[in-house]
Write a protein that binds this ligand. Sequence first.
Ligand code: HEM
Length: 457
Amino acid sequence: MNVNSPVHMVTRLIDSMDLNALRAARSEATVPQTFSSASFDVDLETGFFPRQPLRALTSEFALWEQTLVQARNVLKLAADRGEEALAKAGEGEQWRQRVRSWPLLDVKKLGSDVTTLRRAHWVLACILHFYIHSLPRTQTEGQTIIPRPLAVPLYEVSRKINLPPILTFADIVLWNWEYKNPEQPLTLDNMRYINVFSGNETEENFYLLSAAAELKGVEMLRIIERVVNMAGHLDRNAIASITRDFEQLVKVIGDLAVILKEAPKTVHPHTFYWVARPWWNGSDDASPWVFEGIPPNSTPYLSGASAGQSTVMHALDAFLDVDHALKHARQPAPSEDNKRAASSNFMQKMRLYMPAEHRDFLVELQKRQVRDICQRTPALRAPYNTAVEALKKFRDAHIITGTLFIISQAKSQPPASMGIPEAITPKEGQAMGTGGNPVSTLLKAGRDATRRTMLDA
Ligand code: HEM
């Protein structure tokens, strides 16, 4: 036997640890129920992806599906003044006119099946973003009007599934695909993204990159479920098993970091910034969105789609108990920038853009207090800390990605193909994320909050 193997070392640590502490940990950590991801619409084969792609809407709602297909052929970003965009401007206006003159469909006829309602959210939110981001500047001065036949059904469908009436990460990544071969399981090679706003490879590759992280998340979910259930009944075997799971988790988080580091191989930063990302933007102060037919102020959550809404990363945070909100006094003390970022409550707000069941999953996970259990169990502190360290390294890599894809590009000029004659003056101040937050401060605050999660060994 290898006496230096992690499991053997753990056994020695347990032998030498205070058994009273173990007993105390066991009794305090006892939780009433088995934690089952499946109760929260999480699949241990496909993670946060639905097992089957959402089926296209039929009957009168096929109108929405057809309108979305047409949009992909004719609409360009309002800022695009290139030859192709100018040639298509007339058709684009006709498309928007058709949306304005749609009949007002009754969403009650969609029924209550959640997958149908999700498909309706996806199709309407995609149309919304095509509509808004292609509108000529002259039509968005002071405010951006969303016409009633689009605004009302989107608002009502969103209410039914407890999501904001805007494009979310779930819409662009979790629900926006179909199988290449439906007989085969869900893998990166066997999925095709359906709605790619710009039609550009970089945008599709960004979805695939995000999908790669989601599929990696499946392994993470299995580990989390095992650890959470074992942590409720600590004995020597459980501690050894949890230790192995933390080691496995370190590898999974390392793989997530590799996905990020390799992003520039398939996602072109300049194209990403200028051609793909503007389609996902949310409402802004210069031209706030107004939903016709909806009472004012009833649509407060209108941040643009962001990978910050991926439940995978939030699950890691909830499991390890990363304190983004600075509720606990942990060391080292937060900087002024950290405090400013925490006050925006970004991570908490991002949960509102997740499918409701996934949001509940996070709440339940957080209740399991794995960090506290590891704190009280000396043999688990080091294994726990290695997972936190891996997550901190992921966030280091994410800062580099954010710098390359957003902060540096914010100082660049749009591509010549967009035909913008006059030089665009780089914006003053910090570059902003699609969620409307200063990128650098926010990402560093996440990294620092992760560092503060480490236990004293
Ligand atoms: C080209 C790739 C990526 C870029 C350019 C990028 C950029 C950003 C930016 C700018 C933010 C700030 C928030 C906002 O959107 O307003 C952010 C947040 C976030 N992103 Fe990414 N991201 C990328 C890929 C990913 C991937 C693959 C994941 C998941 C594995 C991810 C997870 C997150 C999370 C969880 C946050 C919230 C802040 C944090 O946890 O530190 N991102 N990202």
